[in-house]
Design a protein around this ligand. Structure first.
Ligand code: CP
Length: 305
């Protein structure tokens, strides 16, 4: 497939290949496209990590980045996403990285444009490259996924990270449990995990993955007071002390310090939060390599194999 829209687009073999290519890049490996590749990053929602790490990855691979800022584009004149992508295709763009607040924004694009689409997050839907970088971080730590218990804690309902990670982790053999406010739970996710109380789950999980409270998606329903949330569902110092030996802390970030996780734990020995961000660059290099190889019709690269 020339797109990466959701983790279910990837087989277990695809995931293994992407993790392996990312590790190859971490270890200093090189790869570049056979011809110029023009790429644009379309971020209709704000981003620090995903946008910047995609750009670093694109520069490391020698791609031609065509600057695109939603605020100064013709989106402000009413141009639709469909017309933006068709326009970029018409002027020779090969691939677009898109983040958008609409769930499954890509449904209106697939099959109607030859541009490759890499999803950098759609509403409450999917965030495939975040899941892949999380998988790489877990693999670096534990070697494999089989038998690991991963606790995903927090604003499950609005989290595209929870949905993407539950899909990949379960397929790779990990046990996934969810925790957090029950009113923010999503029954649809129960097929990929069970619900547990946070105080018991922190003691048994190998990976304690906190989620950001997605205030921007809560609408009229409002949210909880920060201190109440921290005591009820956050990773407090007391809960971290009860985590088992060798277990790690993850968070897709940005982190609300002292809400989802105690400030002093963000950079503690167990935390892999900044490691996740570093891995994001290499995972995005691997995803771009795969996309470009599929565009080139090679499926392989001589340097890497
Ligand atoms: N984790 C993540 O997607 O971060 P950004 O929103 O900063 O890209």
């Amino acid at each position: 497939m020339k797109h990466l829209l959701q983790t279910s687009d990837l087989t277990i073999n695809d995931i293994s290949q992407i993790l392996s290519d990312a590790q190859y890049f971490i270890d200093g490996g090189n790869w570049s496209p056979k011809k110029n590749v023009f790429i644009a990053n379309l971020f209709f929602e704000n981003s620090t990590r995903t946008k910047c790490s995609f750009e670093v990855a694109q520069r490391k691979l020698g791609l031609d980045i065509i600057p695109f800022e939603v605020g100064t584009s013709s989106v402000s004149k009413g141009e639709t996403l469909y017309d933006t992508v068709k326009t970029l295709e018409a002027i020779g763009i090969d691939a677009v990285v898109i983040r958008h607040n609409q769930d499954r924004y890509f449904d209106e694009l697939v099959g109607k444009s030859d541009v490759s689409i890499i999803n950098a997050g759609d509403g409450c839907g999917h965030h495939p490259t975040q899941s892949l970088l999380d998988l790489l971080t877990i693999k670096q730590e534990f070697g494999s996924f089989k038998g690991l218990k991963v606790a995903i804690i927090g604003d499950i309902r609005h989290s595209r990270v929870a949905r993407s990670n539950a899909d990949t982790l379960v397929r790779l053999g990990a046990e996934v449990v969810f925790s957090g406010p029950v009113e923010w739970f999503n029954d649809e996710l129960l097929e990929n995990g069970s619900y547990e109380d946070i105080d018991s789950t922190v003691e048994t999980a190998d990976v304690v993955m906190l989620l950001r409270i997605q205030h921007e998606r809560h609408g009229e329903k409002g949210t909880k007071a920060a201190d109440d949330y921290h005591q009820a569902f956050g990773l407090t110092i007391e809960r971290e002390r009860r985590m088992k030996s060798g277990s790690i802390i993850m968070h897709p970030a940005p982190v609300n310090r002292n809400v989802e996780i105690d400030d002093s734990l963000v950079e503690c020995k167990r935390s892999r939060i900044f490691k996740q961000m570093t891995n994001g660059v290499y995972i995005r290099m691997a995803v771009l390599k795969r996309t470009i190889e599929q565009m080139e019709g090679s499926g392989q690269n001589e340097d890497i194999n």
